[in-house]
Design a protein around this ligand. Structure first.
Ligand SMILES: NC(=O)c1ccc[n+]([C@@H]2O[C@H](COP(=O)([O-])OP(=O)(O)OC[C@H]3O[C@@H](n4cnc5c(N)ncnc54)[C@H](OP(=O)(O)O)[C@@H]3O)[C@@H](O)[C@H]2O)c1
Length: 313
């Protein structure tokens, strides 16, 4: 099928484009610069020029190539991230999730597209609750102030995409090439430098997703034509107090220190503390059952960094 990928040069887009091409699909990648166009051509896709926030240009670009499917992997997340000012750090990403989604949906409708798949996150579930969260569990009801706008943008994206009959893939914490947990990633550098401590008792549960599995799930969603919301996470959710020391060990870095929540709030703000102490893990049962998706990397545990070599950030 003809697949239009927005975000083809991002951490998920880079493995996604060759995966689609290998399966015999034709890929048209949104490019806003000559560099991105060149990168897409290098991945065996065809670049289509437009800025995702320019509605007219996006609608015209999609109409010109008439894809059967649109995949939305747009984000603009700075690296490194300042958790204290997460609201400012995500301003552009929020726009890509609200205006960008509307623009892509308008183009997709105008071109008579059949399938729409968009990226969301699996770590915005309400911390009040028990066990691994399913897609039916509520998102954060009283989020930290600086996270509220991010959550609002996520809700906007998810409601628009599901109302249009599309699929929303809630990715866990991404690792692999091009992520902040890559060998050359910003968080990896913090762990190596002994500047990534366990906060409080480190009880936030992380569900991870390797970028190849994030891309693979987008391919499965297209090929099965599923609709609705799906957690796309690995099989091995783990609390920070477990995965962070293991990551340090894999890196040959010093064991992470421990910082009380009050002290961490000074440096990282309410969101920074909540991120490391309150997040819940997620279940991938629905993605397994509805689209037959299985993670190629079922656990981060054995070789998070070896599985993350190469790429940007
Ligand atoms: N669930 C998660 O944990 C999660 C999810 C997403 C991202 N992240 C993290 O955030 C960091 C960056 O991720 P990333 O590589 O996906 O993001 P990125 O480098 O910001 O790229 C996202 C994609 O969106 C495109 N894009 C952004 N703004 C655009 C615009 N106005 N018009 C057209 N295209 C636009 C980029 O194109 P250009 O090449 O032109 O910039 C790129 O293809 C990584 O560390 C990643 O792990 C984490």
């Amino acid at each position: 099928m003809r697949v239009f990928v927005a975000g083809a040069t991002g951490a998920v887009g880079r493995p996604l484009v060759p995966m689609l091409v290998e399966k015999g699909h034709e890929v048209l990648g949104l490019a806003r610069s000559a560099g991105a166009a060149e990168e897409i051509a290098g991945l065996a896709g065809t670049p289509v020029t437009a800025d995702a926030l320019d509605r007219e240009a996006v609608v015209a670009a999609i109409a010109r190539v008439r894809p059967e499917a649109v995949v939305h992997q747009l984000t603009a997340i700075p690296s490194p991230l300042d958790p204290k000012h997460i609201d400012a750090e995500f301003r552009l990403t929020n726009r890509l999730r609200t205006e960008g989604t509307r623009n892509l949906l308008d183009g997709w409708r105008a071109a008579g597209g059949r399938l729409f798949v968009a990226q969301s996150i699996a770590f915005a579930y309400d911390p009040e609750g028990r066990g691994l969260r399913t897609e039916d569990d509520p998102l954060w009801r009283r989020p930290p102030r600086t996270f509220a706008g991010i959550l609002e943008a996520i809700r906007d994206l998810e409601s628009r995409v599901t109302a249009a009959g599309g699929a929303v893939l809630r990715y866990g914490h991404l690792y692999g090439p091009g992520t902040q947990l890559a060998d050359d990633g910003a968080n990896t550098a913090r762990v190596r430098a002994g500047r990534f401590p366990v906060v409080g008792s480190g009880e936030a549960v992380f569900s991870f997703t390797h970028v190849d599995d994030a891309a693979g799930a987008a391919v499965r969603a297209l090929e099965t034509g599923v609709r609705g919301v799906f957690n796309v996470v690995d099989d091995d959710p783990a609390p920070v107090r477990e995965w962070l020391p293991e990551l340090a060990r894999q890196l040959g870095a010093p064991a992470p220190g421990h910082v009380p929540t009050a002290a961490a709030e000074e440096t990282s703000g309410e969101w920074g503390v909540a991120y490391l102490t309150r997040l819940a893990g997620a279940s991938n049962a629905r993605a397994r059952q509805a689209m037959g998706w299985r993670p190629i990397h079922p656990s981060w545990r054995r070789a998070m960094v070896a599985q993350s070599a190469g790429g940007r950030h």
